[in-house]
Write a protein of this length. Structure first.
Length: 240
């Protein structure tokens, strides 16, 4: 029977490419979204991938949503914690709300997404936890104290989960995309974006599909011994 994958923030940007790549690999895929009903409906119509609306920052909503997905699509074998937001501001201007919104969505959101599926993975002795971190969690970023903190936190999460899940057939890994051509990066002021591209030895932004292919590999049986790792995909912009 085909395995089931859940992709948070899976109807737009990198998440949409991940959802489509996993469907192409033969998985049953469910994608979550937070607010954009129109984009989600269009995505389902175009791809046939079921979309579910909930706020990953809310534990009870996440748990209830996951129970619905498991009843309608199947027990979740692969979870891709991808949903994330930015609230960029230089630290001296960053408000407590900008800090809290990003922590709640990007970091607590990973807990809220993985915690409800973890017991089922342990029982079935198989699981793939794939967290979409960022180059900016590795190197830090001007105006992203909040975002960089969450993305660095992702790496601690997977390294810890890897140790807890290894004997139960569960792996947990992070992917650190560099700057990818998505709405999030396009929202950066053009002058700043041009200067960022100048710092990428590949001379271009990455494509969402280039991240999706990493996820497809980590989801597969072939990746069983890769556990607690961080895969960088950034066009040689930064090395750990
Ligand atoms: N490094 C050093 N200095 C920088 C800088 C940088 N990367 N970006 C901006 N600055 C400087 C500006 O040159 C300016 O300096 P001056 O005052 O001397 O002219 C100052 O910082 C900007 O100060 P402002 O008070 O005008 O800033 P602001 O309140 O208007 O905020 C900003 C502007 C939010 C920082 C805006 O420049 C911005 O969005 N920068 C991009 C931040 C970024 O790279 N975010 C990544 C988004 S993509 C992503 O997150 C996906 C991923 O995972 C990779």
């Amino acid at each position: 029977m085909a395995r089931t994958a859940l992709v948070t923030g899976g109807s737009r940007g990198i998440g949409a490419a991940i959802s489509k790549a996993l469907k192409a690999e033969g998985y049953n895929v469910a994608a979550t979204y937070a607010g954009n009903d129109e984009a989600a409906a269009k995505f389902t119509e175009e791809t046939g991938i079921a979309t579910y609306k909930w706020n990953v920052a809310d534990y009870d909503e996440s748990k209830a949503g996951i129970e619905k997905v498991e009843a309608e699509v199947g027990p979740i074998d692969i979870v891709v914690a991808n949903a994330g937001i930015t609230r960029d501001a230089p630290f001296h201007k960053m408000t407590p709300d900008q800090w809290k919104d990003v922590i709640d969505t990007n970091l607590t959101g990973v807990f809220n997404t993985v915690h409800p599926v973890w017991p089922g993975m342990r029982e079935r002795k198989f699981g793939r936890v794939i967290v979409i971190s960022s180059i900016n969690g590795q190197k830090g970023q001007f105006a992203q104290v909040n975002y960089a903190a969450t993305k660095a936190g992702d790496l601690g999460i997977v390294k810890s989960l890897a140790q807890e899940g290894a004997r139960a057939g569960i792996t947990a890994n992070a992917i650190c995309p560099g700057y990818i051509a998505t709405e999030m990066v396009m929202a950066v002021p053009e002058k700043v974006r041009e200067s960022i591209i100048g710092q990428i030895p590949a001379g271009r932004l990455g494509e969402p599909e280039e991240i999706a292919r990493c996820v497809a590999f980590l989801a597969s049986d072939d990746s069983q011994f890769i556990n607690g790792s961080t895969i960088s995909a950034n066009g040689a912009q930064f090395f750990v």
